[in-house]
Ligand binder design. Structure first.
Ligand SMILES: Nc1ncnc2c1ncn2[C@@H]1O[C@H](COP(=O)(O)OP(=O)(O)OP(=O)(O)O)[C@@H](O)[C@H]1O
Length: 256
């Protein structure tokens, strides 16, 4: 895979925060009971940072990712992506904002089976009725190591290659932030490392902001910072994480 550096400039004059949550609370109704999935979540992620979110099963990681990305609306509190308060947008406007400004990478890749690699990568531009910047496309395809596979369909690719297509698709629009939910959950360790290196390089070489939910201390150790959640609350963070330090902290948090 080639370097991100040679092909595209770093984002200029970024806002002070890429993602900001202020006193976010999310409750779900489940029959007669109310589940508090998130409570008093306030966090600011700087542009170009790589943040992992960890915590025991059911602690609210996916809910936090979905609220931060505008896929779900908090019950209370505000979420900002760059200069836009997405919690103040009406559902339609939020969905358009998300389509044009947010990148997603899911465990299950979510590629369109009938489309080629290149068509999958440029799909967000098509949906946003934006012209494809060929330079950006070539550079993203080269960076994820798939320039020579641009005419293949997803079924003709390995899992790791499919996830790299999903990352290229997430980066093509130069989003405010890329949100990744267990992006390496279905991959072998070598493919997982390639995907994590890609996400890391998207931050260091492109200035992209990446937020990743993971259960895996090896994955989390690629981030600049790990946020630890328990029972819907932020209970700690770790800068410059190592596999051993994250494993140790998670063991103290309980089941995971
Ligand atoms: N749509 C929903 N309706 C009711 N409760 C929900 C809903 N979505 C999530 N929850 C509850 O909110 C809490 C947090 O769920 P969430 O999926 O965010 O946790 P998680 O940390 O991502 O879990 P896991 O690691 O197992 O994927 C859980 O108690 C869950 O049961």
């Amino acid at each position: 895979m080639s370097s991100f550096i040679s092909a595209s400039p770093i984002v200029q004059s970024p806002p002070r925060s890429a993602v900001r949550l202020t006193d976010v609370r999310k409750t779900y109704r489940s029959g007669r009971t109310r589940v508090t999935a998130l409570d008093h979540i306030s966090v600011t992620l700087t542009p170009g940072s790589f943040t992992a979110i960890m915590g025991p099963s059911g602690c609210g990681k996916s809910t936090l990712l979905h609220c931060a990305a505008g896929l779900d609306q908090p019950t209370r509190g505000s979420v900002w992506l760059g200069e836009t308060e997405i919690t103040a947008l009406k559902p339609k406007a939020r969905s358009v904002f998300r389509r044009d400004n947010v990148g997603f990478v899911f465990q299950a890749y979510n590629l369109m089976a009938a489309l080629t690699v290149e068509q999958n990568v440029t799909l967000p531009l098509l949906l946003a009725r934006r012209r494809t910047d060929r330079t950006r496309l070539e550079y993203v395809l080269a960076a994820v190591g798939l320039a020579d596979k641009r005419d293949r369909r997803p079924a003709e690719l390995s899992g790791g290659q499919q996830q790299r297509v999903a990352i290229a698709r997430a980066l093509i629009t130069k989003p405010h932030a890329v949100f990744a939910d267990e992006p390496t959950g279905a991959l072998d360790s070598r493919s997982a490392r390639q995907v994590l290196d890609l996400l890391r390089r998207a931050t260091t070489e492109l200035g992209q902001t990446v937020v990743m939910v993971t259960h895996d201390p090896v994955a989390a150790a690629h981030a600049d910072r790990v946020l630890f959640l328990a029972d819907g609350r932020l209970v700690g963070h770790m800068d410059s994480p190592t596999v051993a330090a994250v494993t140790n902290h998670m063991t103290h948090l309980g089941e995971w």
